[in-house]
Write a new protein. Structure first.
Length: 364
């Protein structure tokens, strides 16, 4: 899988850009603030319809303009596709796949799969459970087309219940709460099933990737106040609905939903030690690198095709051993690496592009 071409209009710092990357390794070199990360963000957005910076769509539209267009041509193992996204400050987002509206936006994930390495990825290990839930949910959505829709259904039902709780508190209508709880239970069980299946599928690749970086054994854990990880999807739905009903009075007092997938905690262990609280800084860096490499390997194995790799200024944060582990994965995959200094990427060979704050991207 590769990106053949990318066109941007009024996307962040790019007034206009036509970019035809190499099918192998592309090294984007430029000063801080020149727009390197913006370029990676545009590529990732085509496959996910989300900013990897967690920015709202309005933030992607260049200052002083009303709309932005992101278009790209993607080559897959069988055929090519064109993806186009129009974002407007005054209208709903428009998405086209090969000139037509896709039946569901999840189709884009199968056309352009990306694995990103970001400078703040260490927070996946060091930070709260939300980052680890997000990692599993994002990977699940790339592996299974229905996972993103199930997540959206769950998020919508949860927002509705929480809105009622925030507005009415102890006066919230019990029948209305019960109807939202049923929707939360059905979709929430699917979300957890996807997470558990994704963690299980990722584990052998994670253990293999980590063995190249450290001697410890890596395992996933999944902690929940309501869910039995060994239960069927139907059993999870039943358990979640029971937990919501049991907590209803407490939730009315607190004006929020206190049980569900949004409160669960995926955990990572190194030799049965919590990676978040007991691993050294070096072990944590190795583990987050192994997670990204494992996601790449899992997607490549699942679809018999390599995803596109996006590295945003990560080499300056890595020691030579960990940097070499990334470099070993580059052959055979299209990759985009950003750096402020050529020296930070070491012996990586590929096409070098000078990125200027004026919005120009020029091959050396």
């Amino acid at each position: 899988m590769r990106l053949d071409w990318l066109e941007l209009r009024a996307f962040r710092s790019y007034p206009q850009l036509e970019f035809r990357p190499d099918e192998g390794v592309n090294l984007l070199v430029g000063a801080n603030g020149s727009g390197k990360t913006n370029l990676l963000e545009a590529i990732a957005y085509l496959g996910s319809l989300r900013s990897f910076r967690k920015a709202p769509d309005d933030a992607l539209i260049a200052t002083g303009t009303a709309e932005t267009v992101v278009r790209g041509g993607v080559a897959g193992p069988v055929s090519g596709h064109t993806i186009e996204v129009l974002l407007s400050r005054h209208a709903r987002r428009q998405v086209l796949l090969d000139g037509k509206r896709p039946s569901r936006n999840a189709e884009l994930r199968s056309r352009l799969r990306c694995v990103t390495f970001l400078p703040d990825d260490l927070e996946i290990i060091k930070g709260g459970a939300g980052r680890r839930r997000e990692l599993l949910d994002d990977l699940a959505a790339q592996l299974r087309p229905t996972a993103a829709a199930d997540q959206a259904d769950f998020d919508r039902a949860l927002r509705q219940r929480n809105a009622l709780l925030r507005g009415d508190g102890r006066l919230a209508d019990a029948d209305a709460l019960a109807s939202f709880e049923e929707a939360i239970a059905v979709s929430g069980a699917k979300v957890v099933s996807h997470r558990l299946a994704t963690g299980e599928a990722l584990t052998p690749f994670l253990q293999a990737a980590y063995r190249a970086l450290g001697p410890e054994t890596v395992v996933w854990g999944y902690e929940s106040s309501w869910a039995d990880p060994s239960a069927t999807e139907a059993g999870l739905a039943e358990a979640l609905q029971a937990a919501l009903a049991e907590n209803r009075r407490k939730d009315m007092d607190r004006r929020m939903t206190t049980a569900g997938p949004q409160r669960d905690e995926p955990r990572l262990f190194l030799d049965l030690r919590s990676a978040r609280t007991h691993a050294s800084q070096g072990e944590q860096r190795s583990l987050v690198l192994a997670l990204r490499l494992a996601a790449f390997d899992l997607l490549a194995d699942e679809f018999d095709d390599t995803p596109v790799l996006l590295f945003d200024d990560v080499f300056s944060e890595l020691d030579p051993h960990r940097a070499a582990a990334i470099v070993e994965r580059l052959p055979g995959a299209q990759a985009f690496l950003t750096t402020a200094r050529h020296d930070d990427v070491g012996d990586v060979s590929g096409t070098y592009w000078d990125v200027a704050a004026t919005g120009e991207v020029v091959a050396r």
